[in-house]
Write a protein that binds this ligand. Sequence first.
Ligand SMILES: [Zn+2]
Length: 186
Amino acid sequence: MSQAYYMVPVQGVTDHPDRVGGLPNHLPPAFPVCRGCGEQMAFLFQLYCTPERLCLDGVLCLHCYQCPHVDEGCTTLPEIVAVPCGAPLNCHKVGVRQSNVVPHGIQWALEMDPDRWPDKESDRRALSPHVYTSKVGGVYPPLLAHKDPGAVIIAQIGEYPYEFNFADRDLHIYLGSDGKIKAYLF
Ligand SMILES: [Zn+2]
């Protein structure tokens, strides 16, 4: 069995370190820029590293950003920024808010996923539908095998209940074989 931390959203909570909406607590090395329109991307959510749940060497937290014009047809793919340990606090509240995102605090529920994704369809049907919901850690379908066989999926985030616009898909955050943390929609 593998440890999976399932996201438990708490609507309207804005002072929890792990949260959706608003502006980031710490400053990223640089705010990412949309490849489609060239504008600074808007903040979607932040997840802080802990030794148990999200252990990334030298990383304080992960930020997720997306084009502020996604609802008008600009680039959907979010960008993940690994914010290094020692990053300054965002004292002056800089950044861009993603206007349609519903702010939530995130709590965590530890559960056990199977050790590996079942190869057989019959075994996959026996999995709890829960394994497809938002979480950090645990087991994932080998969706990236064609793209990057060495990729390790870190987290899976759904649109609901945050009103993210992932074009009806889910977000996977993964560690690529080049050592970079990236986003993939599936
Ligand atoms: Zn854009």
